[in-house]
Structures are given as structure tokens and as C-alpha cells.
Design a protein around this ligand. Structure first.
Ligand SMILES: *Cc1c(COP(=O)(O)O)cnc(C)c1O
Length: 480
């Protein structure tokens, strides 16, 4: 069994195994004619259940053959131009290379003595990101597993910085279309059930600052503490960007921590043409960025950045075996002092390789392309009487629905759109998302693939319209 340990004696076996795996993936990626095969849970689950995990195959080729059957053949492929559902990007090759390197070397970023150069590379990338944001000389941050964890950590810092120990009085203000991890964080942080105040959004799905001002005033009158305002720079559904300068101003007036959730919108930090859309982000006390959304990085790669490095002390705990207090005096850089995690992947390496090969503008141009595509998609939808589109995108999502001329019952329109999404998924021809707007069912394109063309969008819209027509036809048959 020692032949499976990666070491000096097995380096050649390692190369062969990884190459064999890489070739399988490359072949699948090259051959995928649809984003998905349309396989169902009922078809796939027995195949996986049948495998006896206590009887190993003992051989890489056999294990890969099996993997083709249970995973590779039917996986959802984000690189396909007609995968336009969620905030999953196609990945860039330098980052995938970084991924292969980091898992083989297997540095752990918690302490200097487990990573050395990895620690310094991560720190450079944190500094690079805070400089792009404009957080100032005292800024810092740390890589995390994703936006959910970044938001949690930011709100934990905000809670500790709040001027009260009475958790029941703490409030977080965020728009009605912000990410659900804000609510989840409030629960994890022990805040009360009313802790999150939902601020209405305008028709463009941006937080209404008059309403925010009103809610902040109300907190003050009621003796509540506005612990944080969470502004979203790129809402998950609409890509809308809250008015950051005005929100920053209100936070300053009310002494509230400003967290900017730029999990999606962070791609603008490197956009050659759209950076101005993030104006005001430099006033944040903390920022979430998901490189695994708009920097074309593989999952996972995210960071939380803070204006004031000293606030990270709220997550600093010392263990004699790992990061003794003494190490701080000796100026040994132990990243665990800044993180919710202990053992932690060297995800930063992927971004490092990407910047070293492609450069920031290279990533930004790709993100610009998908924003341009979304603008084109909006024009198509707005001009097409079969559809109704909700907002003009600032980033790269489109929320819309099919509105068949012959149907007036809103519930029937809902059902027809739900059906179209399901039928499309079952066919595997395209993968799209759905959401609700004002209680009604809508469809959603999330465009993160520069290879997707306007023709792809047109073709998918035709497929949707066909599925809707088919559903309505069958619906008529059922009624008669
Ligand atoms: C995706 C997203 C998150 C959550 O990030 P994960 O990386 O999925 O944990 C948070 N906020 C916004 C606005 C998002 O779009």
C-alpha cells in the first residue's frame, strides 16, 4: 500500500496517475455536446449505491473507468456555453494548474511552519486585493472557503466591534435581495430572530437609501444598535449594485460597520472598463470577494478583507502546540490568527498563477465580455414579445419569464415557466436557473462564460418558448 503514498519513490507513479486522470477529464470536456446529459437521481443513485466501498479496485485505470460511469459522464459541465444557470464560472487553465500543485504539495496555511512561501504568497494577494479596493494602509484579510464564510467572519468582527454586549439589541441592515448567508450568519452569531432588518430595494433592485436612513433612525429611537449594514455589490439574482457612497455616508453618521458583499461583483475590481461601478467600496470596513465567481477560479477561492487589521484579533486564539502567543512577538506570520479555519487550503496559489500568466486585465476583460453579453441579452429580451425581463443588468445576470399571449392566469404562467426550466434540465440542452420576483416564478440566466454567444442565448430562448408552448398545449388537453 505504500506505493500509493506520494513521495520520492513514487514520483513517477504520481505523474502517470495524474496524467491519466487529466486525460479523462480533457476528453470529456472536449466531447461534451451539451452541458448535461439529463440523467435523473433515480437513474444515477443505484449506480453509486452498488459500489462496494470495502472492495477496492486496486488500480487507477479501473477506478477511473468506474468514475466515468458514476461521475464524469453525467457531470454538469460549466465550460459549456449553454450552462447559464448559477454563479459557477468556467475555470482558467493557470488556476487549474495551481490547484494541481497545491494539493500535491499540500501546504496548510494555518501556520508559517506548515506553508512558508504559501503564507507570503497569500499575504501578497490579500494586499493586492485591498489595494484594488482602496481600503488603505491598515487593511488586511484572509482567504476563506467562500462568500458564506467571508460574510460570517465579517459579521463576527462587526458584532465584536459593536458597542454593546446585549446581543438582543443588535441589528444588521441589508436589502431585501441580499444573500441568505447574511441571515444564516446572524443565527450563527447568536443574534435574535429579528436581528436582520430587510431594507426595500428600488425597481433596479438596489437598496433604497431613504429606507435605510429611516430604519437606522428607527433603531436609534428604539434603543437598538445597528451593528452592521451589509451592502451588496452584485446581488446574486440581479447583479444589482447597492448605492455604496450613500450607504457609506449613512454608516458613518450612525456608527455602523459597513460590510460590502462583493462575492459576485468583485470581478469589477479588474475590469478595464467598469471599475467605476464599485465606487464607494473603498469606504467599507469589510469586503467579501469570491474569486471563484468572477475571477474564473475553481471552487474554492474567496477572501474577506478588512479596513483595520486589528479587528482580526477577534478571531485570534492561541494554542501552545500551534501558534503560541510567543510567535506573535517573534513576528512569525501565522495566518490562523486571522482565520475561522485551522487547517486551510492554499487556494491563493490559483489566483497567483492566474495573475502571473494572464494578468489582472486578462481576467477583467473576460468578465467585461460576459457583462457585454448580458447587455446584448437584455436588448434581445426587451425586444421579444414572448418574454418579459425584470431589470437591465449592471453585471451578467438576466431575470425574465415567458409571457404567452394567450394566457392571463398568473398561476398558469408560473407553472409554464417552472415547466420550461425543468424540461430544459431534463433534456440537458441547456441549464438555466429560476427565482421569484414579487411572488411570481421567473427564469434566470447567469452569464459567466465568455464563450457563450448571443446566438446561444437566442437558441435557449427559443427552447424555453417551445417548452412553454408544449406545456400549455398539454394543459389545454388536460382541461378538455
Ligand atoms: C454566492 C454569493 C454568496 C455566497 O458565496 P459562496 O461562495 O457560495 O459561499 C454570498 N453573497 C453573494 C452576493 C453571492 O452571490
Amino acid at each position: 500500500m505504500r506505493s500509493h503514498l506520494l513521495n520520492d519513490l513514487t514520483a513517477e507513479h504520481y505523474c502517470r496517475s495524474v496524467k491519466e486522470g487529466v486525460e479523462r477529464v480533457a476528453a470529456r470536456i472536449a466531447a461534451a455536446d451539451r452541458p448535461f446529459t439529463g440523467i435523473t437521481v433515480d437513474e444515477l443513485a443505484p449506480r453509486i449505491d452498488r459500489i462496494d466501498l470495502d472492495r477496492p479496485l486496486g488500480d487507477t485505470t479501473a477506478a477511473l473507468d468506474e468514475l466515468e460511469e458514476v461521475y464524469l459522464r453525467d457531470a454538469v459541465y460549466f465550460h459549456h456555453p449553454r450552462y447559464i444557470a448559477h454563479l459557477n464560472c468556467p475555470v482558467v487553465i493557470p488556476a487549474v494548474l495551481g490547484e494541481a500543485v497545491l494539493s500535491a504539495v499540500n501546504s496548510s496555511l494555518d501556520t508559517w511552519d506548515q506553508s512558508v512561501g504559501g503564507t507570503l504568497i497569500e499575504r501578497r494577494l490579500i494586499d493586492w486585493t485591498t489595494a484594488r479596493i482602496g481600503l488603505g494602509p491598515a487593511a488586511d484579510g484572509v482567504f476563506t472557503s467562500g462568500g458564506t464564510q467571508s460574510n460570517l467572519q465579517a459579521l463576527l468582527l462587526a458584532r465584536e466591534e459593536a458597542k454593546t454586549d446585549d446581543l438582543a439589541r443588535l441589528r444588521i441592515l441589508t436589502s431585501e435581495v441580499s444573500h441568505f448567508s447574511v441571515r444564516k450568519s446572524a443565527t450563527l452569531l447568536g443574534l435574535g430572530p429579528d436581528a436582520v432588518i430587510s431594507v426595500p430595494a428600488d425597481p433596479g433592485k438596489r437598496m433604497r437609501t431613504v429606507c435605510l436612513a429611516h430604519e437606522l433612525e428607527r433603531c436609534r429611537r428604539d434603543g437598538l444598535v445597528p451593528m452592521a449594514v451589509v451592502a451588496t455589490a452584485g446581488t446574486t439574482d440581479f447583479g444589482s449594485i447597492d448605492p455604496l457612497p450613500e450607504i457609506a455616508e449613512l454608516c458613518a453618521q450612525h456608527g455602523a460597520w459597513l460590510h460590502v458583499d462583493a462575492a459576485y461583483g468583485c470581478g469589477l475590481l479588474v475590469s478595464p472598463t467598469r471599475r467605476h461601478l464599485l465606487a464607494g467600496i473603498e469606504h467599507a470596513d469589510s469586503v467579501t470577494v469570491d474569486y471563484h465567481k468572477s475571477f474564473f477560479q475553481p471552487v474554492s477561492s474567496s477572501a474577506v478583507l478588512v479596513r483595520d487589521a486589528s479587528t482580526l484579533r477577534h478571531v485570534t486564539y492561541h494554542a501552545d502546540y500551534l501558534n503560541p502567543r510567543r510567535a506573535v512577538l517573534e513576528r512569525i506570520p501565522n495566518q490562523v490568527d486571522k482565520s475561522l479555519q485551522t487547517t486551510r487550503r492554499f487556494d491563493a496559489l490559483k489566483l497567483w498563477m492566474t495573475l502571473r500568466v494572464m494578468g489582472a486585465d486578462g481576467i477583467g476583460r473576460l468578465f467585461d465580455e460576459v457583462c457585454d453579453l448580458a447587455a446584448e441579452g437584455f436588448r434581445m429580451l426587451a425586444a421579444d414579445p414572448r418574454f418579459e425581463v425584470v431589470v437591465e443588468p449592471a453585471l451578467s445576470t438576466l431575470v425574465f419569464r415567458c409571457v404567452p399571449a394567450a394566457v392571463t392566469d398568473p398561476a398558469e404562467i408560473d407553472r409554464a415557466n417552472l415547466h420550461a426550466r425543468k424540461a430544459l434540465f431534463a433534456s440537458g440542452d441547456a441549464v438555466i436557473a429560476g427565482t421569484k420576483v414579487a411572488g411570481r416564478h421567473y427564469l434566470k440566466f447567469t452569464l459567466l462564460n465568455p464563450e457563450t454567444t448571443p446566438d446561444d442565448l437566442a437558441a435557449v430562448l427559443d427552447l424555453i418558448a417551445d417548452h412553454v408552448e408544449q406545456y400549455l398545449g398539454e394543459s389545454l388537453d388536460r382541461a378538455s
